[in-house]
Each structure stands twice: as C-alpha cells, then as structure tokens.
Write a protein that binds this ligand. Sequence first.
Ligand code: SF4
Ligand code: FES
Length: 362
Amino acid sequence: MAGVGADALHKPLGLLAELTHRCPLGCPYCSNPLALDAREDELDAATWDRIFREAAALGVLQVHLSGGEPGARRDLVDIAAAAHAAGLYTNLITSAVGISDKTLDALAAAGLDHVQISIQDADASSADRIAGYDGAFARKRALAAAVVRLGLPLTVNAVVHRANIERIGEIVDLALALGASRVEIAHVQYYGWALKNRALLMPTPEQVERAAALVDELRARHRGRIVIDAVVPDYYARYPKPCVGGWGRRSLNVTPAGKVLPCHAAESIAGLEFWNVRDRSLADIWASSPAFNAFRGTAWMKEPCASCPRRELDFGGCRCQAFALTGDAAATDPVCHLAPDHAQVAELAAIRTDAPYVYRRM
Ligand code: SF4
Ligand code: FES
C-alpha cells in the first residue's frame, strides 16, 4: 500500500474520542467493533487530557466525546473539562441513559458546548425494542429537555432502517418538540454489528424512495426551524460517500484502549497496523502510522478510481465497506455504480429477513 509525501498531509479537524465501549443499550447497528475494549483497558483521564492538548496543537477544532455510552465513565466531567481547557469545541454524543441531570449540570459548568442524543424511533415501544432497553426512550426525552433548559444546542440523531424508516416525519416532529436545532436522519452503515444484522435492518427500495421524497418535503416545510441532515443510504446510492472526508485527511478516532484509527470501523480491515497513543504522540501517529498512510491521497487507488475525475471528491468511497464486501480494502467501494463488484450490492440489498436482532452486548 502506497503512502504519501508530507505535502499531501492535511490537518485533522475532528477527533472522535471513544471513552468507553461500555453501554447499557444494545443497538443492533452499533458502529463499535465486534471485539469491544474491556473496562480495565480504558485510557485514564490524564491520558485523555494529553490527547486533547496534542489534538489541539495538531489543528483539531472539535472533539466528540463518544462511546459506547460516555456516561458510563465516572470521570466524564473531568474529561470534558480537559477538552474544553484544550480549546476544543466539545460535543457529547450520548444515548442519554447514564447521564443524570446532576452530571449534565456539571458538564455544562465544565464547558461542554453541544449535546447529541440518539433516538431509536418516535414510537416509545419500538424505540425501546430497537435499543434493547426498556425505558430508554423516556430517559432520552428527559435528558433532551434538560439540555434545552440549560441553553445548550441539541442535535437529535436517528439511525434509520426497515423498522423505523416509515416514521421519519414523526422523528423530525419529535426532534422539533424536543427543541433540537438539528436532526440527523442517518441510514445504517453496514459494518460491525450492522453487518451482522444487515438482512434485518435493510429497507426496501420503495421505503428508501419514499423516505428521500419525504425528507425533501420536510426540509421545505421546516426551513428556518430545524436543519435536517440526510443522505441516500449506501446500498441505494449511485456514487459512494466521501467517507470520513477522505482517509487520514480530516479526522481521527481514538479507541477506549488508545488505538488511533482513521475511521471508527478501521479495525475491521485485516492487516492494518494501528499505533497506540500510550506509546507515541498524536502528531507522530497522524503523520507516520502505517494505518493512516495506507489510503492517504490517491496513489493507492486501482481502476476505475485511479483515472476517475471524482477521485478527489469521494476518495473512492469507504475503505471499510470495500473490505467488507470484496475482501480488498483498496478496491473501489462497490456502492459506486462504476465498481466491478457493484452488482453484489443490489443482490445483498435484496436479502431481508425478520429474524430477531443480534443485539450488541459486551
Ligand atoms: Fe468515486 Fe472511484 Fe466511483 Fe470514481 S470510480 S466515482 S472515484 S468510487
Ligand atoms: Fe472506515 Fe468508511 S467507515 S473508511
């Protein structure tokens, strides 16, 4: 796999800090890896403090405190305070289960800038079934109200799939009622746990078509009241998404145990060598780690990407998806209609079952 010269090195803008893989919920599309990091391997708050300062020096502007459920960390407030002290715009990504009002007050006092709450559905019993946790929906409503009371900006994130795609209108209404300024309609991306559950989560082509038309209508109806983010789901797209804004180009992830990854699913690619922040500085890892340099730039690309005019727009799509579907992480993302393996995407999208979910559990 080819690397790139120093002149191609961009500054990262965003850091996803996966503070823990522990989570009370069991969402069947969880983006965490199948092999979850154990509690005893988690980085301590002092190491996160160092990571945030190194990230800011590297050019990072935003940190997303994520997991698992970050509320499972007893030292979450100290970690958020360290991110704020490093000068980073600090966003908490939470399931809401495990963040008490008292913790939220302390986080706000520590300088937290923004909260993103995931919701599983607009219907309470469906939401709790998808999350694999009774009462989760009620907790989310309560935390969202507390966030808005504190004057913190709120984003609602809803991962959509076959079980809730018919309620996108209700999900947007719920986000408005909760006081969110933004709602993300995020179609499932099939890596890790979602790949395991793909046939259970996959919407029909008709559902996807109706959803796209509805999102356009909702954007027009709610313009100026709420921002609605949505993209065409991978398996139904003509071109792939520019995943993570290009490999090793805009963002980095630190896992609970300290591995630094170019994207949240990178560990699913066999054969990549990841460096750990316990052993090296973030700047060293960003510039020189084999995993980051594996797919930087365009020199690693094969045809049809290598000579395609879109290669600097979508960077050949998603490396994790290319590996998951073809076994070759340097292949063109099969979602692209120009990819040699494109036909299998439609074949896989046609496989649907109503078996019980495989919930994500530690
Ligand atoms: Fe993007 Fe490659 Fe498809 Fe061109 S061939 S559109 S670069 S994925
Ligand atoms: Fe890893 Fe897209 S999720 S490159």
